[in-house]
Ligand binder design. Structure first.
Ligand SMILES: [Zn+2]
Length: 465
């Protein structure tokens, strides 16, 4: 790092389901990301960045707390065991703001920790639906029939989100940390933003076929996949335009020279590359390879091809603003790569569920716990990728020769496979050494006992025989 001031601002922009290969600068044939591309050409562009998980909650747990999802017995709560980078920034007198409307990024599960203002879907839902009305009932009914949630139209809108962020920028005290999460490329949250040539009936029918394919594990036809990609592209175009507006506002406020701007994604999305649409359950490239751009006022533009993990993002943010990372952060600053030190974290990504072995989710308690009997861990090193699975055959791919992971070499490259398996076993043992804290365990046991006692009361017969 050539120069470092204290108290620069940080703008973290995350986009749900945005795959690395959708960036035009990375060779995508359609020009869908002109603003993100420009930022990439002006900043540090990491071409081989990997999310730590293929779905939202564990991925953001890792991004914000620099820990692995399968640690602490798979308990993803940000309350007890994991410290968010936002809490550290708050402690360092940052003004902290979060705008996320993803239903899995709730205050209740600890994602609002450290924020002065954190607008999640619950708060917005209550603001826009103060009372339960007949209209809500009707919308619920129609949503159920159509398979798209009509209420999203009133809760989430990327244009509205951007306006809210720009309003915040107008009034922000410095230094600030602002996180804005765009949902649009995630299938059918923004069903009303459909590209030219589609109409709502065609969209709803496609949505229905997609839902059925997910449920029955059947395949969609080529035409449907092409349409899904076309719709996805149009949503990426819209988000990119919103990001352009946000950056424009930052520039109008003369904040560009004092702000570290980060753009990344929580995971990618599948379009049947491995027989599956959507994300979660698998650790293939289309689900883990994400964009990562860091535009900092103090570094010249650079393209970094070294594989990196988003577990290093929070340590990097703290390094950029001159704050020492806490010992609970396992990642390292990616700025080390600019000093020609390769000593950043190894690339491990994790999943803790299968179609049949689900995680435990209790929205009321705000707890999400991965299923430790459904562990999958992938390890990427020197162009190789090993996928360990508790429930399936292990896989090995040569990413240099086979970037789309079509040929499993697990039985052909036994030495590579054995070495990489050993690394994964070490990683599992490392994760296992971080157990859920005793305090958290006792607290949960008390809660469970209360629930059990309540249930007993309900089941007691009203009259004694
Ligand atoms: Zn997501």
């Amino acid at each position: 790092m050539t120069r470092r001031k204290k108290d620069e601002n940080v703008l973290l922009i995350t986009v749900d389901c945005l795959r690395a290969d959708r960036l035009s600068i990375s060779g995508y044939p359609r020009n869908v990301t002109p603003n993100i591309d420009r930022l990439a050409s002006e900043g540090l562009f990491f071409t081989q960045a990997y999310s730590v998980s293929p779905w939202t909650t564990p991925s953001f747990v890792s991004i914000l707390s620099s820990t692995y999802p399968l640690m602490f017995d798979g308990d993803l709560s940000m309350q007890a065991n994991r410290t968010s980078v936002v809490e550290i920034l708050k402690h360092a007198r940052y003004h902290t703001f979060g705008l996320t409307y993803h239903p899995y990024l709730l205050k209740a599960t600890g994602f609002g920790n450290g924020f002065d203002i954190y607008r999640d879907i619950t708060e917005t839902f209550q603001r826009k639906y103060p009372r339960h009305t007949i209209r809500d009932e009707f919308e619920n009914f129609v949503s159920h029939i159509l398979g798209i949630d009509l209420r999203w139209r009133r809760i989430y809108d990327a244009a509205q989100l951007t306006r809210e962020a720009i309003e915040l920028i107008d009034d922000l005290e410095k230094p600030f940390f602002l996180w804005i999460h765009y949902l649009d490329p995630h299938w059918d949250y923004t069903f009303w933003r459909i590209p030219n040539g589609f109409n709502m009936i065609r969209y709803i029918l496609l949505s229905s076929r997609r839902r059925r394919a997910l449920k029955t594990r059947s395949l969609l036809g080529d035409k449907d996949i092409k349409d899904l990609i076309k719709i996805n592209d149009s949503k990426i175009v819209f988000v990119d335009r919103m990001i352009g507006q946000l950056l424009h506002s930052l520039s109008n406020h003369n904040l560009i020279d004092d702000t570290h701007i980060i753009v990344t994604a929580d995971h990618g999305d599948g379009f049947q590359e491995h027989g599956y649409i959507h994300h979660e359950y698998y650790l293939y490239q289309e689900l883990l390879h994400v964009p990562l751009i860091i535009k900092t006022p103090f570094e010249k533009p650079s393209v970094i091809d070294h594989p990196v993990s988003l577990i290093d993002l929070s340590p990097t943010i703290l390094d950029l603003v001159g704050i020492k990372k806490p010992s609970s952060f396992l990642g390292k600053s990616l700025m080390l790569l600019l000093q020609n030190k390769k000593d950043v974290s190894a690339v491990f990504s994790e999943e803790g569920q299968t179609i049949h072995l689900k995680p435990e989710i209790d929205w009321k308690k705000g707890t999400i716990r991965l299923n430790l009997n459904a562990k999958q861990i992938c390890y990427i090193n020197s162009g190789w990728k090993y996928i360990y699975s508790d429930t399936n055959q292990h896989e090995l791919y040569n990413l240099t020769q086979d970037p789309f992971e079509k040929k499993n070499l697990i039985n052909d490259e036994r030495v590579v496979a054995s070495n990489m398996r050993d690394a994964v076993i070490d990683h599992i043992q490392f994760n296992n050494s971080f157990k859920q804290t005793e305090r958290q365990r006792v607290r949960e046991r008390i809660k469970n006992l209360r629930t059990e006692i309540k249930a007993l009361r309900i089941e007691r017969p009203s009259k004694r025989l």
